[in-house]
Design a protein around this ligand. Structure first.
Ligand SMILES: [Zn+2]
Length: 401
């Protein structure tokens, strides 16, 4: 294996979560037990410090027809509106005829916010179903994988590129970077949003490790990648999305000066030591401890006759359930709001999903797999909490949405 970012062969395994099915593959009843398993292992590159999976589940398998809808989540939609407003206000408020391309545009939630600010929008989305939903909603969306070839096909330049939560997915990492370099106007801004590995470590959010996330970035490591392609980050800040994401602003090299807060974030990162192999070894030990603590908790809940349901069926929840080996004997159902998942089962553990409207009686405990929405969940479920339903958070993010 060579490093996905810098081509080095100097990689070392640091975290092994065993063989796991592809975590977004929620199963129909007739497919339960037939899902393939793949290794889920993180390697650390001694040269560029990027942590990454060594095994790639083909992008056509993972992103050909996924059922994740960003518009379903209110706090995400608000975040997307804030991003559109921020980009416009800071960089393009005076400009006319402005255009944005969203990579992995999903159901078009982000682009709708740009449309309302007067942008010409193009979405690129690999999932057939979500691309169709976006087009039906009036967001022009090309149903393909974004890469150099797709960019040439689109054949024009954009003021803004957006990639929210897609940059760590990329099997064709360098082709995508070349495409952005090619399609970005000279003063254009590429907004890259990614899970921040430093926060994944400090939150102990190891469930963010799954086959779709091929790479785990810090500022240092994403900058290695961008610089390789003549792009550079000039501003960044930390947002509470997914328990800690970086919102980075990237331009052509030399087109913008680095901001003071970017320089400060880089320094904090350096001081934290998160780009060292020692940090990964420590993370690995903490993950193993967490597994034991959570299994103890679930077993003792069941031993005292309590009913436990999972709250949310996020793809990352499957990393946790499969690594813990927590199946229906510990967690009876996963309760989810995404209608596209009605009647399905979780991959690996085969826990049946219930859509919110199918829950007649609440359980004693909600084991919250969608922990990144902690604030929203606690607020929306105050009635249940008052009735004595416990909300258990296996991961407690330092900040959430
Ligand atoms: Zn490397």
């Amino acid at each position: 294996m060579i490093c996905r970012v810098c081509d080095s062969a100097n990689l070392e395994p640091v975290i092994d979560l065993g063989e796991q099915p592809w975590c977004n593959n929620f199963l129909k009843k007739e497919d339960v037990g037939k899902e393939p398993y793949y290794p889920l292992r993180v390697l650390f590159c001694h040269d560029c410090h990027t942590s990454q999976l060594d095994f790639t589940v083909k992008k056509e398998v993972m992103f050909g027809d996924h059922t994740y809808l960003s518009g379903v989540t209110k706090s995400l939609s608000q975040h997307f509106r804030n991003i559109a407003q921020e980009v416009d206000r800071r960089f393009f408020a005076q400009k006319r005829n402005k255009a944005v391309l969203d990579i992995g545009s999903n159901d078009g939630t982000q682009l709708k916010h740009f449309q309302s600010l007067g942008y010409d929008v193009v979405g690129v989305e690999s999932s057939k179903t979500t691309a169709r939903i976006a087009n039906d909603a009036g967001v022009p969306t090309v149903n393909t994988f974004f890469n150099e070839e797709a960019m040439k096909e689109i054949g024009r330049q954009f003021d803004v590129f957006n990639a929210a939560g897609v940059f760590f997915h990329l099997e064709e990492l360098h082709s995508v970077c070349r495409a952005i370099k090619l399609g970005l106007k000279p003063e254009g801004v590429f907004v890259v949003q990614f899970l921040y590995m430093r926060n994944i470590m400090s939150n102990l959010a190891f469930d963010q490790i799954y086959h779709e996330h091929l790479l785990y970035y810090t500022l240092e490591t994403i900058e290695v990648l961008l610089n390789r392609h003549g792009l550079s980050m000039f501003d960044a800040y930390l947002a509470p999305i997914h328990g800690g994401s970086i919102i980075g602003f990237v331009g052509h090299q030399g087109s913008y000066q680095p901001s003071a807060r970017l320089v400060e974030l880089r320094e904090q990162e350096d001081t934290s030591g998160c780009n060292t192999i020692a940090a990964y070894r420590e993370f690995d030990l903490r993950i193993k401890r967490m597994k034991q603590e959570n299994l103890d908790y679930l077993h003792s809940a069941r031993a005292t006759g309590k009913r436990v349901y999972g709250f949310g069926a996020p793809v990352k929840g499957n990393t946790m359930l499969n690594y813990f080996g927590a199946g229906p004997s510990l967690i009876e159902y996963l309760v989810e709001k995404n209608q596209l998942r009605r009647g399905l089962y979780s991959p690996g553990m085969h826990i049946p999903l219930l859509i919110e409207d199918e829950v007649n009686h609440p359980p004693d405990i909600y084991y919250v797999l969608a922990w990144n929405f902690k604030d929203e969940i606690l607020k929306n479920n105050q009635g249940l909490i008052d009735q004595g339903v416990e909300f258990y958070f296996p991961v407690n993010p330092k900040f959430s949405t």
